[in-house]
Design a protein around this ligand. Structure first.
Ligand code: ARG
Length: 467
C-alpha cells in the first residue's frame, strides 16, 4: 500500500488508509456542494491571517486568486474531485497547494472541524433564503387561485364530514397561513445560523493571534447593526448540530403542510367530490385503464413528507448519544440536510404548478354547498338571537334535523307548523337562514369566511407577497 496518499494528516502513519476505508469514509461525493462556501471561508481566513501578520499580503492575495480560479473550475465542471482526499475541504486545499505554494499556510489556526461548521452555517443561511423564495412562489399561486375563485363556495369539513359553508378562497387562504409559518421558521433558522464558528479550531481555539471578528464580518455573520457575530464556546461550536435538526424540522413541517394540501387536492379531484381537476401536465394515466387521470404529483407531495420526517429523525438519532465534541459520526449529518433542501425545493415548485393549473368546477361546488344541513348551526344562532339558551337551541335544531331525516326532506323544506311545534322560539321566518347569500356575509368578524373578510385577507396577502 502506498504511503502518503494522505498528505494532510499522514505524518504519523506507517501505512496509508485501505481502499475500503477510503470508500467508506469519503464525503466528497456529497459535501462537494459546499465548495462555494468552503472557498468563501478560506478566502476570509487567508485575509485575516494576513491582517495579523501570519501570512504576507502577497501570499493571501495569491491564495484568494487561486481559490477563485478553483471556484470557476468547479462551476464549469472541470474540477477533478478525488475521493482519496476524503472531503471537499481537502480536495480544495490540495488543488490550491498545487497552484499556490503559500496555500501550505492556509490551514494555520484552523481545523476541518470549525471549517465544516462554518461552511454549513453559510449553507443554512443560503438554503433558508432559497426555500423561503420557493415557498413564496407556491403562496403566490395559491393567492392567485383564491382571487380567481373568490366567489366560489364549498362545504368546509370536519372529520371529513360536511360541516359549514366557506368560500373556497377562505380554504386556500388557510394554506397560505400554513406556508407562511414555514417561511417564518426558515427565517429563524437562518438567524440562528448567523454566528461564525471559525477560530474554534479543532476544539480549543488556537495559540495564534487570530481575529475572529474580521472573518465574521467578511463572511456576513453580522447582526442588524453590522456588528460581527461569533460563537462563544469553541467546544460547542464544533460539536453543535442544532441547526441541522432545526432546518430538517422546518423542512419536515413544510412537508407535512404540502402533504395536507395535496390530500385536500386529491379529494377535490375525485369523481365523488368533483370540486376541481388537476392540470394534465402534473397528472399521469394508467398503462391499463384508458380513462384514468391520476393525481401523482399530489401523491408524491404526500409521499415526500415521509422522507422529510425520516431525515429529521436520522439527525436526532445521529446526535443523541455523542460525547462532546466532534466525532466522525457527524459526517453523516449532511446527506439528510441536503436531501431535505432538495425535496422541499422541488415540492414547493410542484405545488405552485399544480395550484396554478387547477381548474375549479364551480357548478359541482355550488351543488355541494347547497345542502341546507350545512346551515343548521345558523338556525341555532337564529334561536339564540331570539333569546333561547344555546344548549336548548342546539337540542331543538337537532330535533328539526332528525325530523327532516325521518321524513326524507331537505332541512329547509319542513313545514313551518312542524318546526314551530318543536320549539316556541321558531318564528314563521325560520327558513330564511338557509340562504347562503345571507349566511356568508354574516360571518364578517376577523378571521371568518365572509366575503368582506376574505377580500380584506386577499388584499393583505397581495401586499405581503408583492415583494
Ligand atoms: N468531512 C468531515 C465532516 O464533515 C470534516 C470534518 C473532519 N474532521 C475530522 N476531525 N476528521 O465531518
Amino acid at each position: 500500500m502506498a504511503k502518503k496518499t494522505q498528505a494532510t494528516w499522514g505524518g504519523r502513519f506507517e501505512a496509508a488508509p485501505a481502499e475500503l476505508m477510503l470508500r467508506f469514509s469519503e464525503s466528497v461525493s456529497y459535501d462537494r456542494r459546499l465548495a462555494r462556501f468552503d472557498i468563501a471561508g478560506s478566502k476570509a481566513h487567508a485575509s485575516m491571517l494576513a491582517s495579523v501578520g501570519i501570512l504576507k499580503g502577497s501570499e493571501a492575495r495569491a491564495i484568494r486568486q487561486g481559490l477563485d480560479r478553483i471556484g470557476r473550475k468547479i462551476d464549469s465542471g472541470r474540477f477533478f474531485w478525488d475521493t482519496r482526499l476524503e472531503d471537499v475541504h481537502m480536495n480544495i486545499e490540495q488543488a490550491l497547494t498545487r497552484i499556490v505554494p503559500a496555500a501550505a499556510k492556509l490551514h494555520t489556526a484552523r481545523s476541518r472541524n470549525d471549517q465544516v461548521a462554518t461552511d454549513m452555517r453559510l449553507f443554512f443561511k443560503d438554503a433558508c433564503s432559497v426555500l423561503r423564495e420557493r415557498i413564496k412562489g407556491a403562496e403566490r399561486a395559491i393567492l392567485g387561485a383564491a382571487s380567481k375563485y373568490r366567489a366560489v363556495l364549498i362545504p368546509g369539513y370536519t372529520h371529513l364530514q360536511r360541516a359549514q359553508p366557506v368560500s373556497l378562497a377562505h380554504h386556500l387562504l388557510a394554506w397560505l397561513e400554513m406556508l407562511e409559518r414555514d417561511r417564518e421558521r426558515l427565517a429563524s433558522v437562518a438567524d440562528r445560523a448567523n454566528w461564525c464558528p471559525l477560530g474554534s479550531g479543532a476544539i480549543a481555539g488556537t495559540t495564534l493571534p487570530i481575529n475572529r471578528e474580521r472573518v465574521a464580518l467578511e463572511l456576513g455573520f453580522v447582526d442588524p447593526k453590522g456588528r460581527a457575530r461569533i460563537t462563544q464556546n469553541s467546544m460547542d461550536a464544533v460539536a453543535d448540530r442544532d441547526l441541522f435538526v432545526e432546518f430538517a424540522c422546518a423542512c419536515a413541517l413544510a412537508g407535512v403542510h404540502f402533504s395536507r394540501i395535496a390530500e385536500d387536492l386529491i379529494l377535490w379531484c375525485t369523481a365523488e367530490f368533483g370540486f376541481a381537476s388537476m392540470p394534465d401536465e402534473f397528472s399521469t394515466g394508467s398503462s391499463l385503464m384508458p380513462q384514468k387521470k391520476n393525481p401523482d404529483a399530489c401523491e408524491l407531495l404526500r409521499g415526500k413528507s415521509a422522507r422529510l420526517q425520516g431525515n429529521l429523525q436520522a439527525l436526532l438519532t445521529l446526535t443523541k448519544g455523542l460525547p462532546l465534541t466532534y466525532n466522525r459520526d457527524l459526517q453523516e449529518d449532511k446527506p439528510p440536510v441536503f436531501d431535505s433542501f432538495d425535496q422541499v425545493d422541488l415540492c414547493a415548485q410542484v405545488l405552485a404548478a399544480v395550484v396554478s393549473g387547477l381548474k375549479v368546477n364551480a357548478p359541482r361546488c355550488a351543488a355541494a354547498v347547497a345542502d341546507p344541513a350545512l346551515l343548521a348551526t345558523d338556525l341555532v344562532d337564529y334561536l339564540v338571537a331570539r333569546g333561547v339558551a344555546f344548549r336548548k337551541a342546539h337540542h331543538a335544531v337537532g330535533r328539526v334535523v332528525a325530523l327532516a331525516e325521518k321524513r326524507g326532506v331537505p332541512l329547509n323544506r319542513l313545514p313551518n307548523s312542524a318546526v314551530m311545534r318543536i320549539h316556541s322560539g321558531f318564528g314563521p321566518d325560520w327558513a330564511r337562514v338557509f340562504d347562503l347569500k345571507r349566511a356568508l356575509p354574516r360571518r364578517r368578524g376577523p378571521g371568518m369566511p365572509g366575503p368582506a373578510q376574505v377580500d380584506r385577507q386577499i388584499a393583505r396577502w397581495k401586499g405581503q407577497l408583492a415583494s
